[in-house]
Design a protein around this ligand. Sequence first.
Ligand code: GLU
Ligand code: MG
Length: 452
Amino acid sequence: MTKAASAAAKDFAAAGVGGVHLAWADNNGIPRSRIVPIAGLADAASRGVGATSLFAVFDSHDAITYGHAGLATPSGDVRLVPVVERLRRLAGQPALAWAPVRQLTRSGDPWPYCQRAVLEAQVAEAARRGLEFRAGYELEFAVAPAGSADVVSAPGHPGPAYSPHALVGLDGFVAALLHDFAANGLRIGQLHAEYGVAQVELSLAATDPVAAADDQLLARQTIHAAAHAHGLVVSFAPLVGLGSAGNGWHLHTSVRRKGRNLLDDNGTGVPDGDGAAYLAGLLRDLPALTAITAPSVPSTLRLRPGFFAGAYAFWGVENREAPLRYVPGSPLLGADHANVELKTSDASANPYLALAVVLAAGMAGIEDAAALPEPIAEDPGGWTEGERETRGVRRLPADTAGQDAALTASPRVAGVLGDDLLGAFRAVRASDAAWAADRTADEIVAAHLWRY
Ligand code: GLU
Ligand code: MG
């Protein structure tokens, strides 16, 4: 790998690249990085660069919590080792390249707090079971002129939603996104003006889970840079205003055995067999999954009924209000198209952890042949409490304490992180909740706008 790093460094240096962002995401979904000069890339690839182990206990506001016994002092160091196969020159920041990192101990062993390693372990487990996953993110974000204090008072496009002319004023930005994504090796499925205030959405083509998480981080860097170059700023926060649609980062997954997509509906409109059990596994653990995939205080504010974000635990076929939206294949689209969309997912999730718990819960569903209830076509938010009770549809946890209880109730999900990382993750959530306790919802939204 060092040889590959040396060769890449030489090529990049000749092309004018001065340094490489070594990037990861913390337990708040906030990307962090260290830049090494291009001449230091090979050394970084073999020995890593040092960073404090306390990044595992940074909260969403850059405060360090000492609430987790394993990381309760300022002492400790980890090594950040770039994954050279994923090294890319940044099209929108041509003097820089980018690579995701593995977090290792000083002796070069896997560090138990490395979120990427947690996902790699689930992918390896899937391979042992003869399963192969594909995953892809949809990214919603809001645009504002650079320097704006918020999005609602300075929307970067006027709407209407889904309108081509809404984006005319953002022509240069859109062109840069299309160019830079392709140049950075990221495939956009589609891009449009979304429903929320100054909202834009783009979807990434499905790939293997670790690449999907890496790509999600690279996509953020790519969007931020394109926005900056065009006098804009973007917010990936779960909410940019209390009255408006939130920014969901919906996570699409499908699972294959021997090349066959288990989620194919075979023309019936609903999955069966292992595909149904996969979806049932996600539904069974949805409250605990959501504690990882939409874990921040603003995440819980986003998950309201009526906003297509998923407030109640249920599944539906192409139901936009369902947190688990089954997307069937068809003769036109092919069996390969079938997938499940998780809507209770946003930018405040660590993408590696989000995918790791989804894979684990889905695999457990298959293992247990979990039973899938009937799909729901309506919005249970419009039902009475009694109707929801009768149909067994529960509200997803709406605060940090509820999410934490859901994690406790699901060793299947909590166990994926391992005791050390789970302890750090919980400490961070508790630190965020304590920060939010005496603040208004507006203050909470404002404080997270530019964090991701
Ligand atoms: N903006 C919605 C959310 O908060 C999703 C809208 C859609 O279905 O694309 O997730
Ligand atoms: Mg959308």
